[in-house]
Design a protein around this ligand. Structure first.
Ligand code: DOR
Ligand code: ZN
Length: 429
């Protein structure tokens, strides 16, 4: 199979490329154009006016399988990823059973290989059953294909356990992805603690709930020399702590989500539970701090924290609703809007979805270098569409962006040389 992506603007940060050129794919791998004299037998994708990028990586996704298939499964979740321009997802272990042993990790790898539309790299649990008390068999998880460990959805409250996790994972060069939330400070909180929580009459989650744990984990990373990656950062204080820790040479990386980069707590006034997420949407000063963090390199990657939920757990009182936003199918378009508004350069955005996560995970992806697996994301910067969750491939229709008009959408997704979407819709069975 030979494919030629012709006439697009290629943005490949790893290779310093940001100009018009063609991209060739032969037998599922990227190929250099120099050695090819005859292009007549190539199938051509016309990318005129489009942006051609290395396949986007989303290293924080909840695929929900096994156990919560009524919310999402590996088929629907990877279809959602493909439609959203994502070619590789890392899936979180808060499933049932938890991905805390090789059998469950192998199940996920197997299911994804057979039924998944994009690359799926599992994340193993830090602790058995994510209960925070005893380390899981991390060596086993690595052998089964896990690329990181995390108890995401819950913090590891015991500092000695986190210390041991950071110590032990050094042996495998694995990052520990930390969900930073002090449970006592966050208790029963529904939204960001501030002006709007008072007005709206909802219990607040203070920024300190995240920051005290981020500070703790940075101190433990310094102590152990382990690599801590702080999940979904949402506050100015977290940005400042991580910026300083990086200056101090501590092995810390972090991620931010499209919703924390663009939405504020004011939106919760609709009492629409699709705005309920953990950590919560924060106020403008925090959104601005995150944007600064993206631009100065403090924040390493953009992730969705795709958290699909079924209707019953969202179509209810705000206090009773589940936390989470279904994000895979809006992520790139939301971030293209940051580019359109001049808040982020296109090249930076692409790096936050490619080289950024690839470096955090130490995986050989995120570039268009010849010889690599041909994962490619093509964006139409001119396409305008209103977000309609009814069109989502994801079972989770819980979008905080519904009804918003966005410009710049992923249109074609190529995974290992296979064209899986055209014009943003799945084309393979
Ligand atoms: O909003 C969230 N939803 N935050 C988390 O940390 C977990 C996630 C989920 O699993 O639903
Ligand atoms: Zn998560």
């Amino acid at each position: 199979m030979k494919l030629l992506i012709r006439g697009g603007k290629v943005v490949d940060p790893a290779n310093g490329i940001n100009d018009g050129r063609d991209v060739a794919i032969i037998d599922g791998k990227l190929a250099g154009l120099n050695g090819i004299s005859d292009l007549s037998d190539f199938q051509v994708i016309d990318a005129t006016g489009k942006i051609v990028c290395p396949g986007f990586i989303d290293m924080h996704v909840h695929l929900r399988e096994p156990g919560f298939e009524y919310k999402e499964d590996i088929v629907t979740g990877t279809r959602a990823a493909a439609a959203g321009g994502i070619t590789t997802v890392c899936c979180m272990p808060n499933t049932e059973p938890v991905i805390d042993n090789a059998a469950v990790a192998s199940f996920v790898v197997d299911r994804a290989r057979k039924a998944g539309l994009v690359n799926v790299l599992p994340i193993g649990a830090i602790t058995k059953k994510q209960e925070g008390n005893e380390l899981s068999e991390i060596g086993e998880l690595v052998s089964a294909g896990c690329v990181a460990v995390s108890d995401d959805g819950k913090p590891v409250m015991k500092a000695d356990i986190m210390r041991n996790a950071l110590d032990y994972t050094k042996m495998f060069g694995l990052p520990v992805l930390s969900h930073c939330e002090d449970l006592a400070l966050a208790a029963d909180g529904q939204m960001h603690e501030g002006y709007y929580s008072t007005i709206y009459g909802l219990k607040g989650i203070p920024t300190a709930a995240e920051e005290v744990m981020a500070a703790r984990d940075i101190i433990l990373a310094r102590l152990t020399g382990g690599h801590v990656h702080i999940c979904h950062i949402s506050t100015r204080g977290s940005v400042e702590l991580i910026r300083q820790a990086k200056k101090d040479g501590i092995k810390v990386t972090c991620e931010a989500t499209p919703h924390h980069l663009t939405l504020t707590d004011e939106l919760v006034g609709s009492y629409d539970a699709d705005t309920k997420v953990n950590p919560p949407l924060r106020s403008t000063e925090h959104v601005e701090a995150l944007l600064e963090g993206l631009n100065d390199g403090t924040i390493d990657c953009i992730v969705t924290d795709h958290a699909p939920h079924h209707l019953e757990s969202k179509d209810c009182e705000y206090n009773l609703a589940a936390f989470g936003i279904s994000g895979l199918e809006t992520s790139v378009a939301v971030c293209m809007n940051l580019v359109n508004q001049g808040k982020l350069s296109l090249e930076k955005m692409v790096s936050l979805y490619t080289t950024g996560p690839a470096n955090v995970l130490g995986i050989d992806k995120g570039t268009l270098t010849p010889g690599m697996a041909a994962d490619v994301t093509i964006i139409d910067p001119e396409k305008v569409k209103i977000v309609d969750p009814a069109e989502f491939y994801s079972r989770g229709k819980n979008s905080a962006f519904k009804g918003m008009k966005l410009k710049g959408w992923p249109v074609t997704t190529i995974v290992a040389g296979n064209v899986v979407t055209e014009n943003g819709r799945i084309v393979t069975p």
